[in-house]
Write a protein that binds this ligand. Structure first.
Ligand code: PGA
Ligand code: ZN
Length: 417
């Protein structure tokens, strides 16, 4: 299963921004393809997406340099390598890049090759991608369907700064099949739309991740509406929040500009605690900013026994930052975004470490996505337990949900055979 050639080109993501696509062709005629996503609320500690900076194309966001790095550097270096040895291939790319944040070759270039490599290997072995992924690095992970954490109301950078908290999401209360969960979640999404319309809020289509992005009086109004929509729909759902607090934290203060309020770290924790007390909130992501480690320790001490506290910008899918969180009791779950770190092998190291340390792991998409459904197989193959890919509209989101529905259907068929 040797690599014959690797080819990259520029495509567009769900916001119309350029991103990298790669095809890996094997000597046996089989190939694998992947495209990479791109965030908007990106953390400071993420690996670097290489963009051209040429303002005459896509306002500087073109990815010709990243594409050239695949076609001119990685393609010749990796020709002849065994595609099934993901660890070696990822390791070689990290070595060739030689920087701490993959800024030389670009995390977008490296990740596209990493994912296309895994697809080519799975195709060549005639295995479903999630089965191949479960064995990466010589491990024997147990594949499992994830529980969906689904965006219903959007704010912050994904919805024109209507209010500050980025996501109000739902999680099924009880373990149900994936398909039954999706049916109930669609009901909540529709009930939320009806409520927002009845209350006279301006509806201007959907936000970047397919959730409703209304103009509301306060952040809490979104929670109250979601809670009511859950009741009205009859769905058995709890609530999750992604505050994405790094993006309204400046000079040591949390700026709730839409409410003309400034909060200290302690006051922000009190606000989150009061929400968790009055609404069925079970998970809070980035409730505090990415370097507010002191605040995170207090938050975890205060709410960590009863709530999932997920670090997104805090950990940036970086093993070292996750190790620090585990040691310092900052958070109890990690959001996993492949392009925050830039290779599949490093992504697996983070999920494996989380599991070993008693942390939860949530496999996550970015706000800028493509129709690539790789993430669905990643969630099943890692056995991470949870997946967060936005709302239930926009096909770049549905690609992942529909692949999960296919995997569940296939597994049920296999059991009933
Ligand atoms: P991003 O948002 O892709 O814009 O970073 C997703 C998230 O914060 O979870
Ligand atoms: Zn987040």
């Amino acid at each position: 299963m040797k690599i014959d050639s690797i080819h990259a080109w520029e495509v567009l993501d769900s916001r119309g921004n350029p991103t990298v696509a790669v095809r890996v062709d094997l000597a046996n005629g089989i190939s694998g393809q992947a495209t990479v996503p791109s965030g908007a609320s990106t953390g400071t500690h993420e690996a670097m997406e290489l963009r051209d900076g040429d303002v005459t194309r896509y306002a500087g966001k073109g990815v010709h340099r990243a594409v050239a790095n695949v076609n001119r550097v990685l393609a010749s270096e990796l020709q002849g390598w065994d595609v099934s040895d993901q660890t070696a291939i990822d390791g070689r790319m990290i070595e060739l890049d030689g920087t701490l944040n993959k800024s030389r070759l670009g995390a977008n270039a490296i990740l596209a090759v990493s994912c296309a490599t895994a697809r080519a290997a799975a195709n060549s072995l005639a295995l479903p991608l999630f089965v191949h992924l479960a064995g990466i690095g010589g491990k024997k992970r147990v594949p499992a369907m994830p529980v969906p954490m689904v965006n219903i109301i959007s704010g912050g950078l994904h919805a024109g700064h209507n209010f500050e908290v980025q996501d109000f999401l739902v999680i099924p209360k009880h373990s149900a099949s994936f398909s039954d969960s999706m049916e109930a979640i669609v009901r909540v999404h529709q009930a939320t739309r009806s409520l927002l319309k009845e209350r006279g809020y301006v509806m201007t289509g959907v936000a970047d991740e397919g959730g409703w992005g209304p103009l509301l009086e306060t952040n809490e109004t979104a929670l109250a509406i979601l809670d009511e929509a859950i009741h009205r729909s009859g769905a058995q759902m709890n609530i999750a929040i992604d505050a994405a607090a790094s993006h309204f934290y400046r000079d040591g203060v949390y700026h709730l500009t839409s409410e003309t309020r400034l909060l200290s770290s302690a006051e922000m924790i009190e606000l989150l605690a009061s929400w968790a007390k009055r609404y069925p909130v079970v998970s809070i992501e980035d409730g505090l900013a990415e370097d507010d480690w002191d605040g995170w320790r207090v938050l975890t001490e205060r709410l960590g026994k009863h709530l999932q506290l997920v670090g997104d910008d805090l950990f940036a899918t970086d093993l070292k930052r996750l190790e620090r969180g585990v040691q310092e009791n900052a958070g109890n779950a990690v959001l996993v975004k492949m392009n925050q770190i830039g290779t599949l092998s490093e992504t697996f190291a983070v999920v494996d470490h989380a599991k070993k340390s008693g942390f939860q792991a949530v496999i996550s998409a970015r706000s800028g996505e493509t129709e690539d459904d790789f993430l669905a197989d990643l969630a099943v193959g890692t056995g991470a337990g949870q997946i967060k890919v936005g709302s239930i509209t926009r096909s770049e989101r549905l690609a992942k949900y529909n692949r999960l529905l296919e995997i569940e259907d296939r597994c049920l068929l296999a059991i009933s055979d």
